[in-house]
Design a protein around this ligand. Structure first.
Ligand code: ADP
Length: 259
């Protein structure tokens, strides 16, 4: 259509949303969704009106991470009204269908579902929308990266070699569709013992920083492997909200400032 398309002619801007950022990972289980939510909260703490779109169709985690399960209501013109929690505007395929249903969807269905969640949702005015992408770098991810008007992508990796190789694939994928990589976050960077507060580099801490330097993309920060992060996300209370020390608020705000 006129006006909203990017120069490439395929990406429609979403009215009211200033910037869309993807959070991606080369593979599952590295803490992408947890990081996407906490990063969104970090952006909120910078005073930005922030939304989170859970496009991780294979395993939508926003319902679990936020404790929200309600079905979104519709506006008069049949747009879905996103849910609100922790000052964030939230939409997830998990609000609409059972997890098992979404898991068996195929590429084109995933794309049209994500497209609907972008275009048929009354997002309101947002400074930034964080999109939690499905893990991996296959066709579905590539085509999503192509169809969502992304300003940039943040890659989440653990310090392990394999995860880093996958992270590299992610950066290559975004490059292919002209989406700049805003940087790499190292999650599960080191282990923080809840009893003695000693730090151990279980997966060989620092791998992502080296990889980022090698690839010439920014290194955004490291997040420890901490039981408080796991417990918080399973209870629907992100660590940023539940940690009394404010340590995590600082860590994620620092990352948010860099992107
Ligand atoms: P992904 O989206 O990459 O599949 P998730 O965000 O769902 O990963 O995280 C996978 C599991 O690891 C979840 O149980 C989550 O609570 C846990 N987790 C993620 N990051 C951390 C961390 N830094 N410390 C402890 N547990 C974590």
């Amino acid at each position: 259509g006129a006006g909203g398309d990017s120069p490439m002619g395929r990406q429609k801007a979403i009215p009211g949303i200033k910037t869309i950022i993807a959070v991606a990972s080369g593979k599952g289980g590295v803490g992408k969704s947890t990081t996407a939510l906490n990063l969104a909260l970090g952006l909120r703490d910078l005073g930005l009106k922030t939304g989170l779109l859970d496009a991780d169709i294979y395993g939508p985690s926003v319902p679990r991470l936020t404790g929200l399960k309600e079905m979104p209501k519709l506006t008069d013109d049949k747009k879905m009204i996103p849910l609100q929690r922790f000052g964030l505007t939230l939409m997830s395929i998990g609000f609409l269908v059972a997890e098992e249903t979404a898991m068996i969807w195929r590429g084109p269905m995933i794309q049209s579902a994500v497209k609907q969640m972008l275009q048929d949702v009354a997002w309101g005015e947002l400074d930034v929308l964080v999109v939690d992408m499905p893990p991996g770098t296959g066709d579905v991810q590539l085509s999503l990266a192509q169809h969502v008007p992304l300003a940039g992508a943040v890659i989440v990796s653990t310090p392990q070699d394999l995860a880093l190789i996958d992270a590299r694939r992610g950066i290559t994928m975004f490059k292919k569709v002209d989406v700049p990589t805003l940087g790499i976050i190292e999650n599960m960077s080191y282990f923080l013992c809840p009893h003695c507060n000693t730090r151990s580099d279980i997966f060989g801490h620092g791998g992502a920083r080296h990889e980022a330097e090698r690839l010439g993309v920014p290194f955004l920060g490291e997040i420890p492997l901490d039981i408080a992060i796991r417990e918080g996300s399973d209870e629907g209370r992100p660590v940023l909200e539940s940690d009394p020390s404010g340590k995590y608020a600082e860590i994620y705000r620092a990352i948010a400032e860099k992107i």
